[in-house]
Design a protein around this ligand. Sequence first.
Ligand SMILES: CC(=O)N[C@H]1[C@@H](OP(=O)(O)OP(=O)(O)OC[C@H]2O[C@@H](n3ccc(=O)[nH]c3=O)[C@H](O)[C@@H]2O)O[C@H](CO)[C@H](O)[C@@H]1O
Ligand SMILES: [Mn+2]
Length: 261
Amino acid sequence: GTFNPLVVDSIYKPMHLSIATTVFAVGKYVRFLRDFLETAEKHFMVDFKVRYYIFTDRGGDVPAVVLAPGRKVTIIPVPGSNRWQEISSRRMEMIQTTIENQIGKEADYIFCLDVDTKFHGRWGAETLSRLVAAVHPGYYKQTHEHYPYERRPASRAYIPAGEGDYYYGGATIAGYVGDVHKLAKYCREQLEADAANSIEAAWQEESHLNRYLLYNKPTKILSPEYLWQDFKAKTNEVQIIRFSQVNKNYAEVRPNVKKRK
Ligand SMILES: CC(=O)N[C@H]1[C@@H](OP(=O)(O)OP(=O)(O)OC[C@H]2O[C@@H](n3ccc(=O)[nH]c3=O)[C@H](O)[C@@H]2O)O[C@H](CO)[C@H](O)[C@@H]1O
Ligand SMILES: [Mn+2]
């Protein structure tokens, strides 16, 4: 970390911000909720007003986790699906419409996070900014020729060779509610345009996200400290792992399976 947490906290805590956090737990992914919520209560935006919006088709399986004062859970029922690609992508549409119907009136900032994760270290106000994305832990050492961008011009997620800043992970999107709304709406429209042309981008909504962020630069970029993967070996350059994807058995948890990156 290159920030002083005491300074950051003294700037943001007096602002009494409301933080929305969306997390999708569709089908078997409800099993990740307990660790996600319990570790978030230890490390994520501690002492802030946080509302977790849990999108699920299994409301009855949402674990009761003790939350600190000022924090609460809201369950948003969503349909199931038999394609993980669709579940992952449909987050954009649901984030868009839930911001319009509810979150827009309730929060200042929003974080949209993968559920198959745990927090291991402080994630605080140093992550607040207008539009925030995290560098994907699989690509932070690579240059743009090696990013898994969508390279087919027929897709709306297309990025031509020679272009690119970073490859961002789909598991962390954040910012002002209005700015994340704009991003989600764009990605939803691009996903639907692709679907109408029977094309699916290489990494679904993550591909559209990367295109959006190439032409609408984030105001803050989080290092892989904020988006790690448990299967990756520990490295010297990333000394603090704050948030990491757990190892999961893809064949066990996904309704249909595709090889991971
Ligand atoms: C580290 C990272 O950046 N991960 C991204 C990556 O793979 P991942 O392998 O991390 O994707 P994933 O299986 O975790 O799916 C993304 C998220 O969708 C939700 N979900 C998915 C399947 C399901 O059956 N039920 C369910 O609820 C859940 O919140 C999950 O965390 O690529 C995906 C798109 O292809 C997303 O962009 C992920 O955010
Ligand atoms: Mn994930």
